[in-house]
Design a protein around this ligand. Structure first.
Ligand SMILES: [Ca+2]
Ligand SMILES: [Ca+2]
Ligand SMILES: [Ca+2]
Length: 427
């Protein structure tokens, strides 16, 4: 429940979580991460920013060696003449002002590229909720040392830079585009594809087309494949340190009330809030949220405390007594003043599998307009349970959650909670 700042390329920080201590994390150098294969909501590849000045558009590719790579391995059309005919990799990088692209293509015969003839390379970017943008790198007579040219959405683009070279086994280009000309490409989930069309024997006959991502019927990448995100390093380190826990949910919104939105991950082990400050420094909050076997039921970002920034409302189930009593717990987490806190936790259901009975209550959120919401847990509706066979399982729970109001208990009319300080408490 701590916030760590990372302005430099690497540093280490210790986290004090009280009883939920995770010990120390050390931030490593990895700038990319992939979601574990078992994840129900795969995380797009996250690419962190490169230091300004690290990328030179000069036809030399040494600065790209350690950067994340997208393989040209999705066949869109045509047939391959083998590994020397067509293949290769495409890379993206960015800094505060520019997007950088590198393509290193294996191609046995270079055909000078023009808009509709020869070997061709196009990159498609579809930011979340926005229309597709197309960057074409017109290869020209690369083999003669003539420079390629850029086109953005079909028009000559002179605000960038591009360089290229032919190689013994193919050709390679790198390019730079102003981020201001591609709004939304950085900082959001991005459907991205690089597409290479290969002409060998005849400049007007495309023999094969490869892409870095599957394309939909409209010829566009349909799912988010990448995210250019300044929080990448902190997130990558967190995920590596926790041995890549399964991702149960991911959300995007403003949690802290800072100027920029945060990325919220619910993993099998923790709840993580990653963000950055306007000066570029990144931070990471996380809180231990889950125990072995806990399952996410739902989560949403919603304003509950009436202050800037949304709260994360999470509902999960877990076994209070293994294979006998499953409980459902609603929790609310909020970040203020540099601390991510559990502001509320209450049980909303108990399911006794052996007795075939259950008790289920509803949480209602009351109040509108400004100010904190009032929470009410109504008395549970009970099936198959009565004061004679009901066993209070709260003693077995380690969570500091409020008990379930039962129709025969002291709370038989339900319980109302109001925000008092940093937590909702019984009125
Ligand atoms: Ca270079
Ligand atoms: Ca070829
Ligand atoms: Ca070719």
């Amino acid at each position: 429940m701590t916030r760590a700042h990372s302005g430099a390329a690497r540093l280490s920080f210790a986290l004090s979580l009280g009883a939920l201590s995770l010990g120390a994390l050390s931030l490593g150098a990895s700038l990319s991460l992939g979601a574990p294969a078992a994840s129900p909501t795969p995380l797009p590849r996250i690419i962190g920013p490169s230091p300004a000045g690290d990328t030179a558009i000069d036809g030399f590719f040494n600065e790209w060696e350690a950067r994340p790579t997208f393989a040209l391995d999705v066949r869109v059309s045509g047939r391959s003449g083998g590994p020397t005919d067509l293949g290769g990799t495409v890379q993206l990088a960015y800094d505060a002002d520019h997007l950088y692209v590198a393509a290193q293509v294996v191609d046995d015969v270079f055909q000078p590229g023009a808009r509709t003839t020869g070997d061709r390379l196009e990159l498609i970017f579809v930011p979340a909720g926005a229309k597709a943008r197309r960057l074409r790198i017109v290869l020209n007579q690369l083999e003669l040392g003539l420079p390629p040219a850029l086109e953005l959405d079909g028009r000559a683009y002179a605000q960038g830079a591009v360089s290229g070279t032919t190689r013994r086994d193919g050709w390679a280009v790198e390019a730079r585009v102003r981020l201001r000309d591609l709004p939304g490409v950085a900082g959001t989930d991005l459907a991205f594809a690089a597409i290479v069309q290969d002409a060998d024997a005849d400049p007007v006959n495309i023999e094969a087309t490869l892409s870095t991502a599957a394309l939909n019927a409209a010829g566009l990448p349909g799912t988010a494949t990448v995210r250019l995100d300044a929080t990448a390093e902190a997130l990558a380190t967190y995920l590596a340190d926790r041995d890549h826990p399964a991702l149960l949910g991911r959300y995007h919104g403003n949690v802290t009330g800072d100027a920029l939105d945060e990325l919220v991950l619910v993993t099998a082990l923790d709840i993580v809030v990653a963000g950055r400050l306007p000066d570029g420094a990144t931070y990471l909050y996380f809180t231990h949220g889950w125990r072995t076997g806990a399952q996410l039921v739902s989560a949403e970002l919603t304003d509950l405390d009436g202050r800037a920034g949304k709260e994360l409302r999470v509902t999960h189930t877990e076994w209070a007594v293994p294979d006998e009593v499953q409980v459902e717990v609603v929790e609310i987490f909020g970040a203020h003043d540099g601390i991510l806190r559990r502001m509320f936790a209450a049980k909303t259901a108990e399911r006794f599998t052996k007795l075939r009975g259950d008790a289920v209550a509803a949480l209602s959120v009351q109040g509108r307009g400004r100010g904190a919401r009032t929470l009410k847990i109504g008395a549970a509706k009970v099936t198959g349970l009565n004061p004679g066979n009901y066993v209070d399982v709260d003693a077995h729970m380690g969570l500091p959650n409020e008990p379930l109001p039962l129709p025969w208990g002291d709370d038989k009319r339900g319980v109302v909670y109001t925000l008092q300080g940093e937590a909702w408490q019984r009125r």
